[in-house]
Every structure is written in C-alpha cells, then in structure tokens.
Design a protein around this ligand. Structure first.
Ligand code: MG
Length: 389
C-alpha cells in the first residue's frame, strides 16, 4: 500500500523501497513505509519528549506563551511537510528529518551549546547537530536488539546538516557526503530551509510578545512592511497582535511559494531526474529566488541584532554558563553525583577514558528546568530532583 503512495512521488524523491537500510536489519513493515516507521520512532523517543522543556529563544519558565524547542519542531514539521507535498517529495522522510533535527539541543539553547562545547574542548567538543545524530544512533536506550533508534540511512544522513571534514571522518557512511562534497537529499535540503522559515517568523511573534522588538522597528524591513500593507488594505481597522500575526502569515506564504517555485525552476534547469542527480549537483536545489533571499537575509540580520543579542536574552547566556560549567565540573570531580543506573550503563565508557563524554551526554539531555533544579540541589547539597520522581 505504501509503495503505491510512493509511486506517485516525483522521480527525484527518495523512496522507502530504495533505502540503503538500517544498521541492524529488521523486517520490512507491512502497514507503513520505512520512513513512516522512522518518524514514529522519533516521536516515541525520550529526547523528543524532552524538547517540551528546552529553550528555543526564551527559557521555558519565562512564560507559557513562547515557543519551546518542541513547538518549534512541530512548526518545522508542518511547514516542511506542506512544501514536501507541493514538490512531490517524500513527506514521511521530510517529516522524520524535521522531527529529529533539534533533538541534540542542550538546555538553554545556543548558550548551553557554546558553554558545553567549551567544557569539552579537550575531549572532542560539542555540537548540537552531531549530538542529534548521536542520540538517534547511540543514546536512546529502549530497544532490545540495538542502541539508538536504528533509523534508515536517509533519515540519519538528512539530520546531519553540517559537519567539518575532520568530524565527518568519524561518522562512517553518514559523514561521507561532506568528504566527497555531495549534496543532501531534497527532503533534507527542504527541512533546513523550513527550519529557517519557522524560526524567523515565530521569533518575530515571540519577540514582539516579549516586548523585545516592536512593530515600528519591523516596519523598517521591506519583507514585513510590504506584507503588512496588504493586511491593512484588507482589514483597515485591524489593531494589536492581529496585525503582527496576519503579516507573519503572509510572510510565511510568500517564502514557501517562492521556495517551491524557485526549487521547481532549479530542478528543471539542472535537469534533475533522480536522487543521484540531486546528490551530484554543484549547488543546493531547494532555495529561494535571489530577490527573496535578500529580503530574508535582512530579516535574519534584524533578528540577530535586535532579538538574539538583546540584553535580556544575553542574560540567559550568563545563567547558562554558570549552571552548565558548575554541573560539568561537579560530575567530573565526583561521578557518583550521576544517577547510579546511568553510571552502571556507561561504566565501560567511563573506565575507558570517556568519562567527560558520558557527562556531556547527560548534561546535553537535560531540560532547562531539570538543569536548574539539579544545579540548586548541588549548590545546597540537597537530594537531586531525579530522586524525587
Ligand atoms: Mg530548528
């Protein structure tokens, strides 16, 4: 049944029947495609559930109305699935990659990643994208026959968005394309752009709600003011947050329509017929037109300068540094502070010189609220929050 659905996809879409397979061989599913099974394994993973309490831009306890890493992920999956269908690509694969793309994020967002990378500088460093792969290949611990989720090659490779050649050499077949300078699948390329569409636009809404950026500032951006004019022409009496929300809605439509049209043009101009043509192409196929690329870049620069570098958002960096540095050094000095079952499971790694990596994995897996509680327990030498669960 699934193969019939996949037969209606374009010739350059990746199909389940052509998968390079899973590391541990499993029976072919009867009622769903291989990529559907991947998507469902990701949803059932521990790392996916924890996204609910991980920072996107605003720390979880700052308010209930802001995006979390989980709601961001769901928005990416929604946008990329719709675009995938319009481009006749494999929706199941696109959705699986989208749902897993941020699994490796630490508590406290990018600030958490930077400080954990600093803590790990003598032990191989830390990067959230590589950590997403590490989670699905090794760290998820629920299946009897294998560690990780045993996902298809195409899903694993699609999650690895960027990677240095040095790191790629240690990642086996999924790192190969970075050494051979090949392109990712169209499904993976699409997820990357849809990630950007999602966060740029929801960060406008959250930034305004948090009073870190203002409508008057946004009006200086052509991508925003052009769409806002259309909104006000249609609804002249509109006020407040509805202006922002309607404008953001039009911006997302503008970006997706341009992305689909321009990518279809690229497919035609580059004579893309098969997934291998995509892989061997010199450039990315999924991309905006030059005009929209420029407008989108202005929006990104605006958000960087006015939201991500806002004094109040930067304050979180100081808090993340303090908490993560202290947790890391406390566990390095005394591994007994880690849960006993976690030590037991990782004993071989700890005794073989990988203690810091085991600790890094533990901290990276924490939610914001767990890291805060664990830190305060260490500070006041009270029982860890995990003992109360
Ligand atoms: Mg993301």
């Amino acid at each position: 049944m699934q193969n019939n659905i996949e037969n209606s996809l374009s010739s350059y879409a990746l199909k389940s029947k052509d998968t390079k397979g899973r590391e541990y061989k499993e029976e072919t599913p009867k009622l769903r495609s291989e990529f559907q099974r991947d998507r469902e394994r990701i949803i059932h993973s521990t790392a996916f559930r924890r996204l609910e309490y991980k920072t996107q831009v605003f720390v979880n306890h700052e308010g209930d109305m802001y995006r979390t890493r989980l709601t961001h992920t769901i928005e990416v999956a929604q946008i990329s699935r719709a675009a995938s269908r319009a481009l006749m690509l494999n929706e199941d694969l696109t959705e699986a990659i989208s749902l897993a793309h941020d699994l490796g994020h630490t508590p406290f967002g990018h600030a958490g990643q930077d400080i954990l990378n600093k803590c790990m500088k003598d032990f191989g460093g830390f990067e959230h994208n590589i950590q997403s792969l590490r989670i699905i290949e090794k760290l998820e611990n629920k299946y009897a026959s294998f560690s990780g989720l045993n996902l298809c090659f195409e899903t694993r490779e699609g999650i690895l968005k960027k990677c240095s050649k040095t790191r790629a050499k240690n990642l086996g077949s999924v790192g190969r394309r970075f050494i051979d300078k090949k392109q990712a699948s169209l499904e993976a390329q699409l997820t990357n752009v849809c990630d950007e569409i999602a966060y740029n636009n929801h960060d406008i809404q959250d930034g305004v709600k948090a009073k870190k950026i203002f409508l008057e500032q946004l009006e200086s951006l052509p991508i925003f003011s052009n769409q806002m004019k259309k909104v006000l022409k249609k609804y002249p009496k509109l006020v407040g947050s509805k202006i922002i929300n309607e404008t953001v809605r039009l911006i997302i439509n503008l970006l997706i329509n341009d992305l689909i049209n321009n990518s279809n043009e690229n497919i035609k101009n580059k004579n893309i017929i098969t997934p291998d043509d995509v892989r061997n192409c010199d450039n990315l196929i999924i991309s905006f037109s030059d005009e929209i690329k420029k407008l989108n870049m202005e929006l990104k620069k605006f958000l960087y300068a006015n939201l991500y570098k806002h004094t109040d958002v930067i304050k979180m960096t100081d808090q993340a540094n303090l908490i993560i540095e202290n947790l890391f050094s406390a566990y390095v000095n005394d591994t007994k502070l880690l849960p006993s079952d976690y030590i037991q499971y990782n004993l071989l790694k700890i005794n073989s010189g990988f203690k810091e990596r085991v600790i890094c994995d533990y901290i990276a897996g924490m939610t914001d609220r767990f890291a805060l509680l664990e830190y305060s327990c260490l500070l006041y030498t009270s029982p860890s929050p995990r003992d109360k669960r």
